[in-house]
Design a protein around this ligand. Structure first.
Ligand code: PEP
Ligand code: MN
Length: 375
């Protein structure tokens, strides 16, 4: 195989990639990968796969056979016997199968049972020893491999994992963006940090990136929002967890959807018609909208944090029996923030209305806390 070339002037090596449209023939983007978080039993796997096949939207069926769980004594996957169920899925629905591998044993068993596509999970990508072990066991094997981003927001670690697998001769490579761990209060389970997959795509324009809105959101209601954003950023596809009975799933119950919900999510996606827009205009518009989306996300997150903090102040005032409204403090906030907004080109009317709205919401929150005494 052709070894990756070192591109002069850049501090990373090239990747030799066979894009997904060259090996997954006849599929239009977005590529849809769906299936349960975990294989739990034969009926759940086969019936979920049949439901997904019925809506006829997915190109690849996924299921976790070995589950990396944060805490011990959680459901850690059914192991090798689940691979036989995946084989049945392939025979009965004709769809390609994919599973997560974290060591040589997993790779060998998956290959033995005819799994079509492997992926490396976020908790494995962080560990170069583990990734190298998987790479070594894949030497001489022609199988597509998808690499999830590491749990921590470290682009180089993600690139390093892609390089290790590529160096083993795997060219059918894809990356999966599943978000990053964070302490920050977010509406999501994992912070999307869109700038990281965008940077990866800039480094490797041929690399297909699949977005995993299930693990980013951790919440089935937010999956459409994140899926649309991924499509707007021109990502190649989506990996969405789907379960025959999501609510009783043994792992990730809050983020799995039924096949009908999956169908609705995919049907409602707005796939932009790139042909009608002139290239430059499209990119410029996209870039500006991306910035707006990011700013709106951070405004909402900061507002939620601010209201939360006023809640803690409310608790303190309740304990110390201090009044909610402290007029001096409020007047000072109004004056300073309005002056700052005006200095930055915002009108004083806008600043006043916005601050009043925020203030009212804070008072409401503190009143609820105070009223706990009365009830
Ligand atoms: C999964 O896909 O079920 C999984 C464990 O994902 P991640 O590695 O992104 O946490
Ligand atoms: Mn999962």
């Amino acid at each position: 195989m052709k070894q990756p070339t070192i591109e002069t002037g850049k501090n990373h090596s090239g990747l030799e990639i066979t894009p997904v449209n060259k090996w997954l023939k006849g599929t239009k983007k977005p590529i849809i990968i769906s299936g349960p978080c975990s294989a739990e039993n034969e009926n759940q796997v086969v019936n979920t796969a049949k439901e997904i096949a019925r809506i006829n939207r997915a190109h690849i069926f996924r299921a976790g056979i070995w589950k990396p769980r944060t805490r011990p004594n959680s459901f850690e996957g059914v192991g090798e016997k689940g691979l036989g169920w995946m084989k049945r899925v392939k025979e009965e629905t004709g769809v390609l199968t994919a599973t997560e591998v974290a060591n040589t044993g997993h790779v060998e068993m998956s290959l033995k049972h005819g799994i079509d596509i492997l992926w490396i999970g976020a908790r494995t990508t962080v560990n170069p020893f583990a990734v190298q072990e998987i790479a070594d066991s894949l030497k001489g094997v022609d199988i597509p491999v998808m690499i999830k981003n590491p749990v921590n927001p470290d682009l180089q670690l993600w690139v390093g994992a892609l390089e290790r697998i590529n160096n083993a001769g795997i060219t059918k490579l894809m990356a999966i963006h599943r978000g990053f761990s964070t302490f920050k209060k977010l509406p999501f389970r994992n912070a999307p940090r869109w700038e990281i997959p965008i940077e990866l795509k800039t480094m490797f324009p041929d690399l297909d990136i699949i977005c995993d809105p299930s693990h980013i959101t951790g919440n089935r209601d937010l999956i459409p929002l994140v899926s649309q954003k991924a499509i707007d950023l021109d990502m190649s596809g989506l990996m969405i967890e789907c379960h025959i009975h999501p609510k009783i799933a043994l792992s990730d119950a809050k983020q799995q959807v039924t096949a009908n919900q999956l169908e609705e999510i995919i049907e409602n996606l707005i796939i932009r018609d790139s042909a009608v827009m002139n290239g430059n205009l499209k990119n410029r518009l996209k870039e500006l909208r991306r910035k707006i989306d990011e700013l709106d996300d951070s405004i909402i997150q900061n507002l939620a944090t601010r209201i939360d903090i006023t809640g803690s102040i409310g608790e303190y005032k309740r304990e110390k029996r201090i009044t909610i409204l402290q007029i001096n403090r409020w007047e000072e906030i109004m004056r300073k923030r309005t002056a700052m907004g005006v200095a930055m080109g915002l009108s004083s009317e806008f600043m006043k209305s916005m601050l009043e709205l925020i203030h009212n919401e804070s008072i409401k929150k503190q009143t609820t806390i105070m009223n706990r005494d009365a009830s």
